[in-house]
Design a binder for this molecule. Structure first.
Ligand code: SF4
Length: 727
């Protein structure tokens, strides 16, 4: 391996900051910022800067482990793979293919996510595959698809933000989750634009806002409806836009008009003058945006909540126009790509639907199998985990740690323990891997090449910079070897570029069309935005520009959709930084209003559980913490969980700063020290969810599912808080 610097991207969140990796003469690597990548422009947060520490950590997995005598002990790769194949084969024989579960992750590269989905459906024949991205942004995906006919997190690049007039940021604490992105919002304000933050807590992000609206958790659907009511009442709708570019306005309008500002104030706690001010700031400029994140999305009504914010954009003509639109800030590193290429329960590569006969034919032809052999849609992530040990007897899990990250986590931990067989591929021995029968040590990030798709829909190339430890293999190697042992000798290459070439063909003509993207282009350009159809070479197998001659999403997009991004390679599609400027990706090209109404959260406070719990992240840890909790610098900054509460609540409990508090929900009890602040509402407590053990926030969270997206209600549940007295 050469000791020159390799340009690549961060292993963590969906911002996918550009960085250089340089091997050091004394061993290990150094990370430096890449000023040429337009998203982070030379900035990295602490997680990105310290990412190499995980690779050389003392707890890094360096050989396969197999359970023997109740303990995980080192084993040879061949023996570990033989055992997995034997146990999967035996379970399939005894119980049928749907007894085999597969669980993926939003951090897997596109190549891995694609291969995992193909492995589940072609080799195992199971419908029971989903991934932890279901917990991340699936409500926004469902609402975006309903309204616009297509889900791509952001339909415009982040660089548009400083040039718009107003941004409403709903349920996102970017100052902690994606610090380099804050620069776009600072520049927005420097340019005279305004930032409105909607969050029950006065977060570091909210502190930078021109207006902070702090609704009671679980009521931002009502808040959006109240704003739309005022937009109508104050005559601020864009009637020409509604006529020309939308359908369904009358029903949506009627639903919003039932949400009087005073009624919304009672539900949300946001005052009528604040509602009016938000409407003024949002409607007065020529352009404006609404961006949502996990706050509105991780609710049992998440799809409707996001739909209400989209309605606000549509009624004011703020979608599919320059510098205006609705977008979702996807969280996980490859949360966007992970949901496009087939590890989701209901999808095939290219963001095709698994229950669409034309999509099945197309993908089956690429895979060389009979379309009828492909299973149908399976269970969503929580439902799949909940079925472990009952219908589902074995689980193959890659890149996820549900013991910490799943809602009602103690129950999910028990379900994992009840499996006949669990195999986990990971970088470190996560809390979930600790329960496994076989653990496989796999490469990640700087040790391998692969593509990810950022929150902007920009496909990026992560390049291998260093060699992995000698006995560590890639997930692609694992799937190749297991497929061969289960009787499928071909179709599971270990070379990521070979996988990507097949992914291009599988995605051709689909909504997320990558067929015009190559590794060479990704290496030469700073990423390529999908859809990016091939102009030559890779097309549908039938030679049409869509599935079996049908119209596709691409037919609904402008001929030259790219705006101002030019390709460095002539005679190729430039990619699509900005979607919907001429048409939405629906059959008639119009966006759809969805009539929605406020409803209560799945669990409301009562005498026994009088408070609300909301959960989230801190700047120095990432998701379940499986990796970041292994980094000394990050642990020093964020050593453990805490319970954030208002001084009035603390006084009622007789609690001082740092005192242990028990938070109790219908699902369990978690204990963590008090952090007292006026930045939170007195009726609400907050816990970060990165830690296992007695401070595990997800012991408490409610798995109530959104009826469309099947996303759990992480963001709100009823709890009581008790001071923990010394015994
Ligand atoms: Fe990595 Fe996200 Fe931090 Fe950027 S903001 S360095 S992508 S964790």
């Amino acid at each position: 391996m050469e000791t020159t610097s390799t340009p690549t991207h961060c292993p963590y969140c969906a911002l996918q900051c550009g960085m250089n990796i340089t091997p050091l003469p004394q061993g290990g690597v150094e990370v430096t910022e890449r000023a040429d990548f337009p998203v982070n422009r030379g900035a990295l947060c602490g997680k990105g800067r310290t990412a190499p520490a995980v690779l050389s950590s003392a707890v890094r997995l360096t050989s396969p482990l197999v359970r023997s005598g109740g303990r995980l002990v080192p084993a040879a790769w061949g023996d570990a793979l033989d055992l997995i194949a034997e146990r999967l084969g035996a379970a399939r024989e005894r119980y049928g293919p749907d007894a085999l579960g597969v669980f993926g992750g939003g951090g897997l590269t596109n190549e891995k996510a694609y291969t995992l989905g193909k492995f589940a459906r072609v080799v195992l024949g199971t419908s029971q595959i989903d991934y932890n991205g279901r917990f991340c942004m699936s409500s926004a995906a469902a609402a975006g698809t309903k309204a616009f006919g297509l889900d791509r997190g952001l339909p415009f690049p982040l660089e548009d933000i400083p040039r718009t007039g107003c941004v409403i940021l709903v349920g996102s604490n970017l100052a902690e989750t994606m610090p380099p992105s804050l620069r776009f919002f600072s520049e927005l304000r420097e340019n005279g634009g305004t930032l409105i933050v909607v969050d029950p807590r006065r977060t570091k992000t909210a502190e930078q806002a021109d207006l902070h609206l702090a609704p009671r958790p679980g009521t931002d659907l009502a808040l959006a409806l109240g704003l739309l009511h005022l937009v109508v009442a104050e005559g601020r709708t864009d009637e020409a836009y509604i006529q020309e570019r939308t359908t369904g306005w009358e029903e949506a309008r009627a639903a919003a008009m039932a949400h009087w500002p005073e009624y919304v104030e009672r539900i949300t706690g946001v005052s009528v003058p604040q509602l009016r001010e938000a409407v003024r700031l949002f409607c007065e400029p020529e352009s404006a945006m609404v961006l949502t994140a996990r706050g509105p999305e991780q609710q049992a009504k998440g799809t409707d909540t996001v739909g209400a914010w989209i309605n606000l954009c549509l009624a004011t003509g703020r979608a599919g126009r320059p510098l205006s639109g609705y977008g979702c800030l996807t969280g996980q590193g490859n949360g966007q790509g992970g949901r496009e290429h087939g590890q989701k329960a209901d999808q095939l590569p290219g963001y095709r639907k698994l229950d669409d006969p034309a999509a099945r034919r197309h993908v089956a032809e690429v895979w060389g199998v009979d379309p009828d052999s492909l299973p149908g849609p399976g269970r969503s992530a929580y439902e799949l985990l909940d079925a472990l040990g009952t219908d589902i007897r074995t689980l193959l899990l890659m890149g996820s740690n549900p013991v910490v990250s799943a809602p009602r986590a103690a129950h999910i931990e028990e379900r994992l323990r009840s499996l006949d067989f669990l195999a986990v591929a990971d970088v470190v021995l996560s809390e979930t891997a600790e329960l496994a029968d076989v653990v496989l040590p796999v490469t990640q990030w700087a040790e391998e090449t692969g593509t990810t798709t950022s929150l902007e829909g920009r496909v990026l190339l992560r390049r291998q910079a260093i060699a992995p430890p000698p006995d560590v293999r890639s997930d692609l190697h694992v799937l190749h070897e297991l497929a061969a042992r289960l009787g499928v000798e071909k179709g599971f290459p270990t070379d990521p570029e070979e996988v990507f070439e097949e992914l291009r063909r599988a995605s051709a003509g689909g909504p997320a069309d990558y067929s015009g993207i190559t590794y060479r282009r990704l290496a030469e350009e700073n990423g390529v935005f999908w859809p990016c159809p091939a102009t030559t070479g890779v097309t549908d197998e039938d030679g049409e520009d869509g599935e079996d001659g049908e119209d596709t999403v691409l037919d609904a997009l402008p001929d030259d959709p790219a705006g101002d991004t030019e390709s460095a390679v002539p005679d190729v599609h430039p990619g699509t930084p900005r979607l919907f400027l001429d048409r939405f990706a629906t059959e008639d090209g119009r966006a759809r209003f969805v009539a929605v109404a406020h409803r209560a959260s799945a669990e409301e406070p009562d005498a026994e559980y009088p408070l609300l719990l909301t959960t989230g992240r801190v700047v120095s840890q990432y998701q379940s913490g499986a990796q970041t909790r292994r980094v000394a610098e990050l642990n020093a900054a964020a050593p453990g969980p805490f319970v954030e509460l208002h001084p009035r609540l603390a006084a009622r409990l007789g609690a001082d700063e740092g005192d242990p508090l028990a938070v109790v929900s219908r699902r369990g009890r978690a204990v963590a020290p008090a952090r007292i602040t006026t930045a939170i509402r007195p009726d609400t407590v907050f816990m970060p969810f990165h830690w296992p053990g007695e401070g595990r926030a997800n012991t408490l969270t409610n798995p109530a599912l959104d009826p469309t997206s099947r996303m759990p209600e992480f963001k709100v549940c009823a709890v009581r808080v008790e001071a923990v007295r010394p015994v």
